[in-house]
Ligand binder design. Structure first.
Ligand code: NAD
Ligand code: TYD
Length: 339
């Protein structure tokens, strides 16, 4: 029996990973540790809530009285918990430093000398490389984060590495590109645009719409993490990229076409300050371990659109009833105005 601790397992990628792990590994016992912030939701785990191999613990990762014993009893820690939205980090970076940096520090301290622990996966991001005008980032490239979110993630990424180099905590670091799929909170561009279009609301496209992201389906991400847990080498960094570079305007048009909605819904708005132009990853190192993305982008996007169409129970309460969500959007878009 393998004990696995998933921090941030009530969020988008974490909940997909918990579901994937329980399906793929009958011998795993999974504990989700999550504070349930504005985007962490038990609804994301609704179908595994009664699984006897899964347990949910509500706590802040910085609360060492709760998190440290959980780390110390685990064989594998997969650390997703973070504040994750760039726009929110631009409004206020405080929680990003608290959770992404100090929260990671608390877990790493607990991992020092943890006898059973054989893998600590630090979930980092391609955004730590900063904007990449041409070519693709390799794991050895310089880190040049350019917003408070990516800077907090870069700090955590290097702190995790230092706990391998100094204390031999069995850390591996993964840097994934933009994920998409079911259960993604409707503040990130794909679920925001799908759900806005479903409600015939405008799609706020930043700047000239030509910023490029490399889209990775969350299931492909989960498979990559599984492989890195099994075959990754301690102290190493692995890029995980979907190989689907798409300018935002093309993405927006594809979403509208899939929903049969008019392009008049596109609302050009003022650009995000310091908006990274492009991210792109060289994934040769992970491919050498035996991974390649399986989900073709057009099919993955169509399936994601279908999921949001079929599951309004999941997103409508957030958009219509959650006062914090409504207040955030009111403030956010009042600030922006048209491009
Ligand atoms: P998310 O925002 O959907 O979920 C984050 C989860 O962490 C939530 O459940 C939240 O409640 C929890 N959390 C936040 N602060 C916490 C704290 N102090 N203690 C305990 N739990 C806390 O995020 P996501 O998109 O699923 O991203 C997960 C991880 O993957 C993050 O580390 C992120 O940086 C990384 N990542 C995300 C993407 C992406 O495209 N979404 C790409 C690359 C890397
Ligand atoms: P986002 O989903 O916030 O991810 P990230 O900034 O971490 O890559 O944004 C993806 C891209 O979409 C990014 O270039 C910003 C753009 N974007 C918009 O044009 N409008 C929006 O309302 C949002 C949220 C993002």
């Amino acid at each position: 029996m393998t004990k696995v601790l998933v921090t941030g397992g009530a969020g988008f990628i974490g909940s997909n990973f918990v579901r994937y792990a329980l399906r793929q590994h009958p011998d795993w016992r999974v504990t989700t540790l999550d504070k349930l912030t504005y985007c962490g939701r038990l609804e994301n785990l609704h179908d595994v809530a009664d699984d006897p191999r899964h347990r949910f613990v509500k706590a802040d990762i910085r609360d060492a009285a709760v998190s440290a014993p959980l780390v110390r009893e685990s064989h594998i820690v997969v650390h997703f918990a973070a504040e994750t939205h760039v726009d929110r980090s631009i409004q206020s970076a405080d929680e990003f430093i608290q959770t992404d940096v100090l929260g990671t520090f608390a877990l790493l301290e607990a991992a020092r000398g943890a006898k059973a622990l054989r893998r600590f996966v630090q979930i980092s991001t391609d955004e730590v490389y900063g904007s990449v005008p041409t070519g693709a980032s390799k794991e050895t490239d310089e880190l040049l984060p350019r917003n408070p979110y990516s800077a907090s993630k870069a700090a955590a990424d290097r702190l995790a590495y230092s706990y391998w180099a100094t204390y031999k905590v069995p850390v591996v670091i993964t840097r994934a590109s933009n994920n998409y799929g079911p259960y993604q909170f409707p503040e990130k561009v794909i679920p925001l645009f799908i759900t806005n279009a479903l409600e015939d609301q405008g799609l706020p496209l930043y700047g000239d719409g030509l910023n490029v992201r490399d889209w990775l389906h969350v299931e492909d991400h989960c498979r990559a993490l599984d492989l890195v847990i099994e075959k990754g080498l301690d102290g190493q960094v692995y890029n995980i990229g979907g190989g689907n570079e798409v300018p935002n305007i093309d993405l927006t048009r594809r979403i509208l076409a899939l929903l049969g909605k008019p392009e008049t819904l596109i609302r050009p708005v003022a650009d995000r300050p310091g908006h990274d132009r492009r991210y792109a990853l060289d994934t040769a190192k992970l491919q050498a371990l035996g991974w390649t993305p399986r989900c073709e982008f057009d099919a993955g996007l169509a399936a994601t659109v279908e999921w949001y169409k079929a599951n309004p129970w999941w997103w409508e309460p957030i958009k219509r009833q959650d006062p914090a969500y409504r207040a955030y959007y009111k403030a956010h878009y009042a600030e922006r105005g048209p491009a």
